[in-house]
Each structure stands twice: as C-alpha cells, then as structure tokens.
Write a protein that binds this ligand. Structure first.
Ligand SMILES: Nc1ncnc2c1ncn2[C@@H]1O[C@H](COP(=O)(O)OP(=O)(O)OP(=O)(O)O)[C@@H](O)[C@H]1O
Ligand SMILES: [Mg+2]
Length: 377
C-alpha cells in the first residue's frame, strides 16, 4: 500500500497528471481516479486525449463535454468521465464572460468568429484548465482528476494560462476596447488601428471588422480575470500535480526538469510515478537445470535440447539485463529527486491496460496487495 500517495490523493480536490508524451498520463489518471472511487469518493476524470484512450480504458464513450458514468464501487463511490471538447469549452467560456447576450451574439454570428475560435480553442492546455476551474467551483465532485493533453513540451501546459493572458493583453485587442471604456491614449490607438485597417480592407468591410474586434476585446476583459482565477486554483493547497515519467534517461531528465519548473511556479508536486518499469523477478536467480527437463522429461535429443537451453539462457539474460537497466535508472532518479518528492514505480503490464479491469490492475499495484517492481511477493 502506497500510503503517502493514497493520503495525498485523498486530501486533494484537484489532481493533475502531468508528464511527457506517451508516458501513461491517461492510463494512470484513470487508475488514480478508480482508487478514489473505491474509497467511496465521487470522482470525475477529465481528459482531452484525442486518441480517446481514457474512454477506451473506462469503457465509456464520453463526448461533447458530456459526463458519463464509468463505474460505481461497492464502497459507494462513483467514477465519472468527461472527454473535453475544446471548441465547446471556448464558446461556453466566451458566452459566460460576455457583458451581455447581445454582445456575445454579435461576436458569435460574425464569420470572423469561426476563424478566431477555431484557432484559440486549439490551445488545449488552457481549455482543459478552464474547464477544471469551472468543475472545481461547481462542487459536485469530491475529486477531479485531470489527464493533461499530449504536448510537445510538457511545460507548455504550465505556461498556458500566462500565454492566454499575454494574448488577451495584446495591443490589438486593447485598441478595440469599446470607445466609452478606453483611455484617450487607447482611443488614439483605436483610431490609428482603424486607419491602418482601412488601408488594407475596403471601407464596406471595415465597420463589421472593427465591431467584431471591439466586441471580442470586451469579451476578453472577462476572460482575463478568469485566467487569473485559473492560475490561483492551480496554486492553491487543494491542488496537487502528479508527475509521470517512463524509465529511460530522457523521460526521467524531463521529469526532474518539470519538477524544478513546478517549484518555480509554486505548484504542489509530491509524487513522481515511473510507469512501465520492466520487472523480472528471476534476475538474480540461476535457471533451474534445464537439461533434465528437455532430455529426460520431454525426451528431446541432445542437439535439440542444447539449442533450447541456449535460447532459454539468452532470454533469461536479456530479461535480467532489461530489469537491471530499469532498476539502475530508477535508483539514479531517486537519488536526484528532492527530499520533498516520493518516487513510485509501476510495472509494465503484459497486456495493455485498455479497459477498466486492466486499469484496476494498476490501481491494485499502487494501492492494493499486488507487489510492485522489485518488491517481494
Ligand atoms: N503500466 C503499463 N503497462 C503496459 N502498458 C501501459 C502501461 N501504462 C500505459 N500503457 C500503454 O501505453 C500507451 C500510452 O499510455 P497513455 O495513453 O496512458 O499515455 P499518455 O501519456 O496519456 O500518452 P499521450 O501523451 O499520447 O496522451 C497506451 O497504449 C497504454 O495502454
Ligand atoms: Mg493521453
């Protein structure tokens, strides 16, 4: 039983699983959420995984921000799942922040909106955080587990709110704040921007474009506050980041770097899970006498028995080497990790955990009775 990890999860309302591409964020988000549901908690796991692996793993097909029940546990817990629709989240978010319904409608019905919304809703990272914030304040769930999107750069996720803020603060939007709200300087900027726009856009289109940008700028006013709220939610004590890595030098270096950045950002991170660790419990044991098995019990000729014995020895050696390599890398990582962080290794399963039962096996490894890599049964 990994009691430190269990305690951390049970004590936090927002749990963000973060790490590099393909390390097992989606799978482990489901496994951690399942643990909480087994403890009788009401849990929502949120993913924006375009590969739909979480849906697969949970055996549900959530889409369009719809929340679907994945399982109920005997302890009275519930595990629900949501596949985040970034575009829908963007539309909902703008609608919420519009000062008036008319303002939002004016923006939404513009043919320019389609381009801007499509481009911005691609900021998956921010949209995920935005939804998380909303669900968190809604209070329906004891815990929300967020599976972070595959990013080229895992840090992109942490920077997302700031990038969104920078975007909202862009001068082009400030120029177009509605006239009655702008300072003299901004009004001057607006006139100049319109003049510039007028040189490239014919006069017939100028009005609608300026109006669109003006209304959009108004919407971003509310958005800015929201981004700051999102940033605050991530930093609060009830939020924790679970770092995930796979064995292998580059993934582990990335995890250490990611941990340092989290410290700089003031984000709580106490656990690093190293997933898909190769375990071979017979590494240190010699093979049993195979000669007797092949020639006497199975009655094979000396030549065939000899070939089989060589193949068995090679395989044994290879598996032992792989397990040793992972164990050495884990030891190196453990010694480089700050004292505030705990490392947990999770074994490579024989079968891919693509359904709830298999995800449950990982939960058992983490919190149940199944021994982890390198542990005695
Ligand atoms: N412990 C494990 N044993 C065996 N297979 C695993 C294990 N953990 C994850 N996998 C498999 O590894 C693959 C990647 O896992 P997963 O999709 O959870 O990673 P991810 O970090 O979410 O990836 P991405 O960055 O693309 O979103 C999947 O095919 C999954 O089934
Ligand atoms: Mg994923």
């Amino acid at each position: 039983m990994n009691s430190a990890l269990a305690e951390e999860l049970l004590g936090r309302r927002l749990i963000v699983c973060a790490g590099g591409g393909g390390v097992g964020k989606t799978t482990l988000s489901a496994a951690l959420a399942l643990f909480l549901a087994r403890r009788g908690r009401r849990v929502l796991v949120v993913t924006i995984d375009p590969a739909r692996r979480l849906a697969e793993a949970l055996g549900v097909a959530p889409e369009g921000n719809r929340i679907v029940e994945a399982t109920r546990t005997s302890a009275g817990g519930v595990l629900e799942a949501m596949m985040l629709d970034c575009r829908l989240t963007f539309d909902e978010s703008l609608a919420r922040h519009a000062r008036s319904k008319e303002e939002f409608e004016r923006v939404r019905t513009s043919h320019l909106y389609e381009h801007v919304a499509t481009a911005l809703s691609r900021t998956h990272e921010y949209m995920a955080l935005e939804k998380l914030h909303e669900l968190h304040h809604d209070g329906t769930y004891d815990h929300i587990v967020l599976d972070t999107p595959p990013t080229r750069d895992a840090l992109g996720f942490l920077d997302a709110p700031q990038r969104m803020l920078d975007f909202c603060n862009e001068r082009i939007f400030r120029w177009f704040v509605p006239e009655d709200e702008g300072s003299r300087l901004l009004r001057f900027g607006r006139e100049r921007a319109l003049w510039l726009l007028g040189r490239v856009v014919d006069q017939g289109n100028l009005g609608p474009i300026a109006e669109f940008l003006g209304a959009l700028a108004g919407l971003f006013g509310g958005f800015r506050e929201r981004v700051r709220d999102v940033q605050a939610t991530l930093r609060q004590d009830g939020t924790t980041f679970i770092l995930i890595a796979s064995p292998g030098r580059s993934s582990m270096h990335e995890a250490l770097y990611f941990g340092r950045k989290m410290r700089d950002y003031g984000l709580r991170h106490r656990h690093l899970l190293v997933n898909r660790v190769f375990d071979y419990p017979f590494s240190e044991r010699p093979l049993p006498p195979l000669e007797a098995l092949f020639s006497q019990t199975l009655g094979l000729g000396a030549a065939r028995a000899g070939r089989l014995i060589t193949a068995c020895e090679k395989t044994h050696q290879r598996l032992a080497d792989l397990a040793r390599r992972d164990a050495e890398q884990l030891a190196a990582l453990a010694s480089a990790l700050p004292d505030t962080m705990q490392l947990t290794s999770i074994p490579q399963l024989d079968l891919e955990p693509v359904e709830l039962d298999a995800v449950g096996t990982l939960t058992d490894f983490l919190f149940g009775t199944i021994p982890g890599p390198g542990e005695e049964p």
